[in-house]
Design a protein around this ligand. Sequence first.
Ligand SMILES: [Zn+2]
Ligand SMILES: [Zn+2]
Length: 138
Amino acid sequence: MECPKCSAALIIKYYKGMLEVDYCPSCRGMWLDYAELDRLEDLAFDEDNFKGSLIHRETEVPSKCPVCSAHMLEFQYRLYDLKLDTCPAKHGFWLDAGEDERVLQIMRTQRGRITRKTQAESDWKQLLSGLHSFIHKS
Ligand SMILES: [Zn+2]
Ligand SMILES: [Zn+2]
């Protein structure tokens, strides 16, 4: 497969020893199969229900899917300030150099937010039940 950005030949690389990705040795971008983006995110945050919806504001770009050569769609990733490319036929995702770290950073932020929210809710429930038993005792 060829790199959609610089046309160099992609090589297989073991990403963090967890995922097999197609990596561009020239521009250091990587191609992830469609399911692999989720697996990459799971390295930082694996609660799929709390990740939010993935694709927003797609626009067609000149770079082509390395699998089927269709023009890829650039989209806003989970409403964050990050743009990734995907194949319209769902072959996968293209991440430029460093964008994988951005994905992991965003997922860690999301995990922190959900953990704090869940903690706050359980504190509130404890407070309410404490209050409840207090009222009923008196
Ligand atoms: Zn490249
Ligand atoms: Zn494709």
